[in-house]
Design a protein around this ligand. Structure first.
Ligand SMILES: Nc1ncnc2c1ncn2[C@@H]1O[C@H](COP(=O)(O)OP(=O)(O)O)[C@@H](O)[C@H]1O
Ligand SMILES: [Mg+2]
Length: 279
């Protein structure tokens, strides 16, 4: 062959669609995965804490203002507050999906503020986000297998534990997860997170969009998981029911901690009742 390169991508031919080729490299895109930095040992404190976090999305304004959420070993901590208060944002910040401008995240004696979300999973965080928390076209069992992506050991024992916890998932294991009811999908999402054998479980509105009966069932399962010793940090819109099962509660308003106390204290607090629990 004569003249020029025989590589179609290097001469005048080939794909000119910049939305595919992006000749400037990936610099114009938001990287899907943040780079990971170093961790360092820290003494004491709760098992997991997002400590005085300030930050927002990309170059946008701060959504969180010195916001702190935490969970102690063996406990359930619940975050409540009005829509748009920054509850999901605080959870995403703890999971590393947000650049916190100040503050830190510590897990089990380690400062992990600089870690990427996937490295936090390796460190033991299980996170169920509020939306898009399952693969709807995959079967229930495939969803659970995907959840175990970081593991190289035998996952069958953990899968049996998930099926024991949520028997309906075993029955529907070969069905596409998208065909399941709302409550069953949430079970898939929680099950998927459990497949990594996490040290702490973070749930963002696990009972969103389900009936009161299904909500009670999900709360029972969450309590059951917590009794195995797994600390749970969760956001809930059913504030009263959630605070009833909470060792610790946080009321967030406009990205700030408005009230913090035990679940009991918050349920008894006149201001909290009036403003957030309907009297
Ligand atoms: N991906 C995003 N990019 C920019 N702003 C966002 C994003 N997600 C949420 N926000 C904004 O952050 C604020 C808090 O939202 P969110 O954390 O979802 O509240 P909550 O979970 O308490 O309902 C809202 O003003 C919302 O518009
Ligand atoms: Mg939310």
């Amino acid at each position: 062959m004569s003249g020029g390169s025989d590589n179609p991508w290097q001469d005048g031919r080939g794909n000119k669609d910049h939305s595919i080729a992006n000749p400037r490299g990936t610099g114009t895109m938001t990287p899907a995965h943040r780079k990971s930095g170093a961790t360092k040992k820290v003494e004491g404190g709760p098992f997991l804490i997002g400590d005085t976090m300030t930050g927002g999305y990309g170059k946008g304004p701060d959504i969180l203002h010195d916001c702190t959420i935490a969970v102690e070993a063996g406990q359930i901590a619940v975050i409540v507050g009005p829509n748009g208060a920054g509850k999901s944002t605080a959870m995403k910040a703890v999971f590393g999906m947000l650049d916190v401008r100040s503050g830190s995240v510590r897990l089990d004696g380690e400062d992990i503020t600089a870690l990427s979300p996937q490295d936090r999973v390796v460190k033991g965080m299980g996170f169920v986000p509020q939306t898009s928390n399952i693969f709807t076209s995959m079967t229930v069992e495939e969803n659970l297998e995907m959840g175990a992506f970081i593991r190289r050991d035998d996952i069958s024992g953990t899968m049996e534990q998930v099926y024991d916890l949520f028997p309906i998932l075993k029955e529907k294991r070969y069905q596409p997860a998208g065909e399941l009811s709302g409550g069953q999908r949430q079970q898939v999402a929680v099950g998927r997170a459990l497949m990594t054998k996490p040290k702490v479980l973070m749930l963002d509105e696990p009972t969103a969009g389900v009936s009161p009966i299904v909500m009670d069932e999900l709360f029972d399962r969450i309590i059951e998981v917590s009794r195995t010793g797994l600390p749970i940090l969760m956001v809930e819109q059913n504030a009263r029911q959630a605070l009833e099962i909470a060792d610790k509660g946080y009321v967030l308003v406009q990205g700030r901690n408005a009230y913090t106390g035990t679940g009991k204290e918050l349920l008894a607090d006149h201001e909290v009742r009036k403003s957030f629990l309907g009297g």
